[in-house]
Write a protein that binds this ligand. Structure first.
Ligand code: COA
Length: 335
């Protein structure tokens, strides 16, 4: 008996980002609003982080609402309807359900059925992880149009008295649509993890602690600021440099740099270490939006495009890094 030779999905040569859009929490929270309980000040927060305000969502808006708003704008910009989407990849660490996934619920809301849908847990690297996966899905022929979303309502996981991370955090969602292209629009993804530093950014306690002690309280986020600062400032620039090398471009070829919006001093340090020329437009959305984790790269990109600081066709180097620790970088052509 001869065994049949399997047919495989028809690969596509290239992929690109067709549209990027975002949705920020509609409340502007100043440094003075958060400084009191942590004995800090507007001047200290500006000087150490570059944050002037952060955007947070109202109590009746949840992470799926933010994701849906960003997704609808991206779909409109790409001229696609729900049924045109083959996969929905949603990165979040702030969805309240372990199962079903936020992506499946979102796909239903968008009329994107029966698209494949799954969540990614890669914290602040989640969007860059998603773009890497979407690129692979499209080029392998597994999906034609992939909706990639980073969405966080981090204000649900902050402790106003915590000095380590809570004052940095904001709420928002950024969405991109990846589809087939005649020319390369997404360079190779350089990604990885270092679980030996799993405690550097963490949840105070697991949900199971509530089973043992009902007074354990709602878990919130904490970080070892200096560990994260040093890791991000000095170990992430080589990852971004490798993404450029693997894409076959030099620092002089890049028009835009969109690092995860964690801290303005980390951004400045990375620009210096990468030797990016002064002509490169550097995303600094953190000043007004704060750190929105998985949403920060698409939100910062969307702002540069909307304000005319970046243009369609520009080469952008993007890098996400955060809890895990995890990271991912790639060079993309802006939509
Ligand atoms: C959190 C962060 C802003 C703290 O800044 P830092 O310069 O490292 O602060 P340090 O912990 O060294 O503390 C320095 C001083 O500031 C004080 N301090 C710490 N946090 C403070 C706060 N929120 N407000 C006011 N003062 C603070 C400390 O008590 C210390 O005071 P001392 O010198 O009198 O002892 C910084 O470490 C950081 O941004 N790290 C990276 C965070 C990040 O990007 N996280 C997201 C990852 S995806």
């Amino acid at each position: 008996m001869t065994r049949p030779v399997l047919r495989q999905a028809e690969p596509v040569r290239c992929s690109r980002i067709l549209a990027i859009a975002g949705e920020r929490g509609d409340q502007v929270v100043t440094n003075d609003d958060v400084a009191g309980p942590i004995d800090s000040s507007d001047a200290w927060i500006r000087q150490r982080t570059g944050i002037v305000t952060r955007r947070r969502a109202a109590a009746d808006v949840d992470v799926l609402d933010l994701a849906e708003a960003a997704a609808r704008k991206a779909m409109a910009a790409a001229g696609l309807d729900g049924p045109d989407l083959d996969a929905v990849v949603l990165s979040t660490i702030t969805y309240f359900h372990q199962t079903p996934s936020a992506a499946a619920v979102l796909a239903e809301r968008l009329g994107a059925t029966p698209a494949a849908a799954y969540d990614v847990s890669a914290a602040c690297a989640g969007y860059a992880y998603g773009i890497g996966q979407a690129d692979a899905l499209v080029r392998s022929g597994a999906a034609r149009h992939v909706l990639v979303i980073g969405a966080e309502k981090l204000s649900d996981f902050i402790d106003p008295t915590d000095r380590s991370i809570s004052f940095l955090l904001g709420d928002g969602a950024g969405a991109a649509i990846v589809g087939p292209s005649d020319t390369p629009g997404i360079g190779p993804t350089v990604w990885g993890s270092d679980g030996s530093k799993a405690q550097a950014i963490r949840q105070t306690h697991p949900w199971s602690a509530l089973q043992e002690d009902a007074d354990a309280g709602w878990p919130t986020l904490r970080q070892d600021g200096q560990t994260v600062f040093k890791w991000a400032s000095f170990q992430m620039a080589p990852v971004a440099a490798e993404a450029m090398e693997r894409a076959g471009v030099r620092a002089e070829d890049i028009q835009v740099f969109v690092p995860h919006q964690a801290n303005m001093r980390i951004i400045d340090q990375m620009v210096k270490q990468l030797g990016l020329p002064g002509s490169v437009v550097v995303a600094r959305d953190i000043a007004e939006t704060g750190n929105t984790s998985a949403a920060s790269i698409p939100l910062a990109t969307e702002r540069l495009l909307a304000e005319g600081a970046a243009s369609s066709g520009d080469l952008a180097l993007q890098i996400g890094f955060g809890a895990g620790l995890v990271y991912a970088a790639q060079v993309v052509v802006l939509p």
